[in-house]
Structures are given as C-alpha cells and as structure tokens.
Design a protein. Sequence first.
Lengths: 337, 519
Amino acid sequence: MQRALSGLVVLMLIAAAGYLGLSALQETNTLTLYSGRGESMVKPMIERFEKKTGINIDVRYGDTAQLAVLLQEEGEQTPADLFWGQDAGAMGALAKADQLQPLPESLYADLPAIYKSNTGEWVAVTGRARTFVYSPERVSEDERPDSVFDLTGETYEGRVGWAPTNGSFQSFVTAMRHRHGDERTLQWLEAMDANGAKRFRNNSSQVEGVANGEIDFGLVNNYYLPRYKSNDPDFPAEQAFFAPDDIGNLVNVAGIGLIRDAENREQALEFIRFLLSSEAQSYFTQTVHEYPVQSDVERNDNLQSFESLLEVAPEINLDELEDLEGTLDLLREADLI
Amino acid sequence: MVKRPPLHIMGPSLLVAAAMLVPLVYLVLRAFQADPATVVELVFRERNLWLLVNTLALTASVLILTTLIALPLAWILTRTRIAHKRLLTVLGVVPLAVPGYVMAYALLGVGGHYGVTAQLFGWQLPRIDGYTGAVLGLSLYTFPYLFLNLRSALLGLDANLEESARSMGYSEFAIFRRIILTQLIPSLMAGWLVIGLYTLGDFGVVALMRYEVFSYAIFNQYSGAFDRIYAAWLSLMLLAIALALVMSEGLILRRRRLASVGRGVDRQPRPHELGPWRIPAYVFLGVVFAASIGLPVMILAYWLLMAPPDPQFFLEVPVTFARSAGAAMPAAVLAAAMALPIAYYSVRYPSPLSSMVERSAYIGYSIPPLTLALALVFFALQTATFLYQTLALLILGWTLATVALALGPIRSTLMQMRPSFEEAAHSLGHSPRSTFVHVVFPHLRKSLFASLTLVFLFCMKELPITFLLAPTGYTTLAVTVFSRTSEGMMAEAAPFAAAIILFSGLSVALILNREGDRT
C-alpha cells in the first residue's frame, strides 16, 4: 500500500506540474470556446481561423445542455469566452440567466428576421428547418400537404411517418404549442395517431422508410435527405416545405454567444464574424447540409434554396423554446411516448 | 475487538466521509434557491409516484436478471472443470467496458423496420425499447459487477465447510442453498447494491430507451429546461431512495458472522465434473456472451462497414486511449486506496460511526454523475480555483464516484477472513499497522485487483464527469464516441468505441493474469 500511495503522490505532482506548465503557456492570444456542437463539425473551422488570424482557440466539447448548465454553475469564474450551442433554447436560457453580453448590432443587423434573437445576446450561426420528405413515385403533386395540420386527413391515412421520441420533433411540438396552444396541439397529436401515423425512432429511419416504400411522407429535419443524396444522387426520396408560415417549417438554429465576463472580447468577436463569413457559411452549407444565415453562399443542390426557406419559415420567438416538460406531458397524454 | 482503530485506518475513512459531504451540501444549497411554490408543485406532484414505481420496477428487474446471469456464470467459472476458464472469465468482465449508450444503440438497432436483423436477414423483430429495453440494456453490461463479487467470494470460500456438510449427508443442492448461498450473501449484497445504485442514477440507457424513471426526469430538467435548481430537488429525492437501499443492505448484513472459527487451512474445493451438463453450460455461456459482447461488437462493425470512415480516425485512437487510461489508472488506484481503510474500519471496528462512514461512501456513487460533477465545479470554484479544470479534479471526481465500487470486493473478503489471524499477529507482537501490512494486505490482493478493475472500467467509459471536469481539450475515448454518435456520425464513432471495449478487455486480461500469478 505504501508503494501505491507514493506512486499516487508522484502522479499528483506530475498532474500539478503539468497544470502549471499549461497555464504558463496560455497567453492572452488564446480564446476558450465551449462547444455543444461536435468536434467533427467545429474543428475544421477552428483550424482555418487559427491559421488565418494567429489566435488560438481552446475548445471544450460537450453536450449543449450540460455546457449551458456548467456555464451557469461557473458564473463569473468561467474561463470561457464563447459558447456555441446546438439549439436556440439553450442560448435563450443562458441569456435569461445573465451569462451572456450584448453583441454589437452590426453582427446581426443584416440577418433575416427568422434568425434574430430577441435578446441580442447571441447570434444564429446556422439554421435547421423542419420539412417533409416524400416519395416522388407514390405522391402526386396535388397530394403534397400545405400544412402539417392537413396530415390528419383521409388522404394521408397510414402513409405518414413521425418520430415522437426524437428531440427535434419535440422542439417542433413545443413551437406548435407556442403558436397554436396546448389544446390544438394535443388534438393534432391524437388525430395523427388515429390516422395511423407510423412511429419511427428518428429522422434518418423515416428517410429510409420513404425510400423503401414503407411510408409516403415523413416529418424530418432538412439535413438528413441531403446526406443520402450526396452518396447516391438517385436516392428515391424528395423533400419540400409546407405552405409559407406553417409551423411545420419551423427553423431552429445553432447559435453563438459572448460570455458576460469574457476576457478576450475583441478576438471573440473576430471569431463570431468569421463564423458568419461566407467562407464558414459555405462550409456549413456544403458539408453539414445546414442552412446558412446569409445569402452570399454557394448553394447546396440537395437542399431547398435559402430563398425558399426565408419565404416559408414561420416567425417564432426562439429564445422561448425551452418548455420540454410541458411538451413531454402532452406527448404522454396522447400516449405517444 | 472493541479497540480504537489506528489513525491510518480512521484518517482516510473520515476524509472520504467528509468529501462525500461536498455533493450533499451543494444539493441542499441549490435546492434552497428554489421558489417554494414551484418546489411544492414539483415534489408533491402525482407523477413522482409513478416515477417511483417505474424506478423501483426497473431496479428490481435489473437485479433479478443480473443475478440470473452472474450467479450461474460465477459458479461455472469457479467450481467446474470447464475448459478455457481464464479466457471465459475475462469475457465475463469485458461487458463492463461497453458504454451504456453503445449497448442501448445496439439493442435499439436490432429490431424494428430498419433494424440490423431486418436489413441483414430480412427478419423483422419487435423493437426493444421502453421498460424491456432499459432492463436488458442495463443488465447486459452491469452483471459483471455481481459476477466479480461472486467470483472472489467463491474463490475465497473455505472447502472444509462444504465437506463437513457433505459428510453429514446433505445433498448437493442443500449444500448450495445452505452453505454456499449463505456464504455468498455479502458479495450478492455488494453486487446488488452497486448495480441497484447504478440503475438509479443512470441517464444514458434510460434516456435512449425513453423509460421514465427519476433519473430521466432529472436528465430532462437539465437538458430540456437547462435548470439546476429543480434538478437538485429531484436529485435529493433520488438520493433518498438510494440511501434507503444502502441502509437496508446494511441492516441485512449486520451481525452476520461468516468466517469459520475452527482450525484448519482454507482450501479450494475440488471442481465439479460437468458431465452431461456441459452442453447447457456452454449454451448458457454462449447466450450471455453473444448478447453482452456480440451485440455491441456487431453494431460497431455494422456502423464501420456501412460507411467506412477516413483511416485518419484510426490514428487518433491510441493517443485518445492514452489520455483515457492516464486518468483512469490513478483514479482506480486512489479509489482502491481509499476503499481499503474504510472496509477494514467497518468490518473490524464495528460501531455506529464506522457504519456511517462506510455508508457515506455510497453517496458519491448514488448521485447522478452530472450532479456530482456540478457539485465539484461549485466546490473547486469556491475553495480551490487552482484545481479547476485540471486532471487532478477529474481524478478526484472519478474517485468520489467509485470508492463504493472498490469497497464491495474488499469488504466481502474481509468478512470472510478470520479475525483470529490478526489476533495471532497481535499476540506475536505485531503492531496494528504492521498486522495490516503483513497479515491483512496480502490476503486482499485478489479483491484489490477486482476493485482496480471495476473502477478502471467505470472511468474508461464515464461521460458526464469527464465532460464537466476534464481540462479543456482533454478528450477521452468516451467523450469522442459520444460527440460523434450524437451528431449521427456512427461510423466515425465506431473505432473509438471499439477501442474502449478492446483495450479495456486487454487490461482486464492483464489484471486477471497477474492475479493468477500470485496465487
């Protein structure tokens, strides 16, 4: 045991020395980013930025919600300068908890209205739209629904897929509750179920379900079909939006915010500007198949155009999409989860 | 022995007990920030009743299933002449290395319209999720906790007892029931406690299986509402259930005397010939290993083959592994070093204080890991900022979470060990300290190895504590797997997940091999 103990002491000393060494190396030219988005998506852009500006970025990867809670726990002692979260609800919660600081208006003044945060304390980096995927073989043009509420009709009996346990479906239901109230949302959920909507685990299984002929329509996020299409251009499914302003076209965003007590405000702002530049925006559009927040971007051919998105997306206060408990209660009441 | 315990036993024990107060204090502080009306609404809602029912149902079912797997497994691998015992023993521990979410993905991927079986063989099996999914998922990678505990107890059993029973005309079944099972109770209890508490606090499997239990409600509070105050109330409620479990185990174990008092030498009993039972035994082993190892390996292979990732991903694996193991190893040593005095204190110096100290070690393990991590963030920022986001804090966090894991095997062995050994050492003039080092410690080697293995494997796949406490940029295998799978990049995640299972399996083999050499 004594040997184990002394080994332990040595390990502790090494760790402490390593820590001191590391902190000595940290210059002011280093930004700390807490990223709720995965490394595979973030890293190429970080490397690009570092090369371009000479500013180093330390990234702490994690789950968006967990990092948001961590930031609240750290309060003013956080080492973070920036937080890049996967959904608007998390950004709204941080703004509400007074963890972010106002951004210069120039950053977001030109963004389309659907992307704007009411607080002005975070800015959208990319958009993810809800959309429907359908089979071009089995669905005639006049069968394409105008509204997500149409899907409870006879024409669609037994032909639609959905994923009630999926996170992005649930934030869509939260948005529907905001727009149309709990009662109407519950009616819709029950009517969909009664109309034989098939339950899937997630978005991609619905896309495959349409291709395999199991369903004719699926309620999904915009970036799944393009993943299949970029591997196989003849993949037998298409996607389209509902009529303008329908809640079925909800656009959620990934956003970035400047931490209230950020030490390196100027460099942090430079990074945000870089993410909004056409270089970074093209990368997100082309390789991640998400929507850009500005129009000066090369189009992804497997995606409905940015202009059409702006035309159809409903305006929703994104900061408020945080009542998951209420949504789960509703889904439970409808016996869907 | 009602003597006062020596300082080198008391000191570390009390230190651990004090450290366990950190998460408690944190939870109470957070809980009192809440608005009373909302708390009343949250704590006294009807939903908590069926969350409680679901939680208890899940825990009970997992305990039953893991026992049905681990008890026969441990018996076959210690008491029969089955071939390749060592390899099979390693296979019996490897499932511990499978991260919960990988097991859940594997089970979810089997059935359903797009399940692996539907795509490869055209069979459409029902989807495994909800209650069934959660029970299966949790049982398939937690049963080794029980297996390891039972195995070390069976290996430590004194053959004389059985042989006396046999000579008195007891049937084999009666011997098993009355002698072996009775002797196994402490290790069964230790295993059950560890699995039960794990089940209570787990987010990963229940969240993917969508089975609504307390921990899932806490998870929703953090991840859906970004809230830590009401999550603290739910965590306190969960902790109350966990402590009830810990206390009841303590009550059952109290006053049990399991060490033999007579003279004689501990011997291993003669192994049984399996004879015609060989085939069912192999079928049993086959089913257990196919489900617990085959299934996750199959899903990883499937992800890899469906969309082979850039070979560059494979190059990152060794470095990431080194980071994982580099933090997991010291945590394992520290947890075992802390568990040793606690176990000794509670077994050899029974008193209300010593049992309280021992029970307190379970706090760190019972609290949902995310909550424990937040408590340590809070603690470090309040008192020791220089520790924040250092490897030391991560190791400390893992240690607090796993002391209870390390405690089980050590305590079971101590309970089987005759106090007369130590008394003899005392009367021969050894000080308590030298008795501990020269008499007690050598007996505990096997169980210490078991403790090290348990903690090491826990840390290798641990997520929430790593996410929150690791130094910025210190990505472990588990973190990489999780962030890739959560972006839907299964193929890119697969090599890292496979590395967790493979390297952890190898470490288990090494540890068990070492254990074999010394006996």
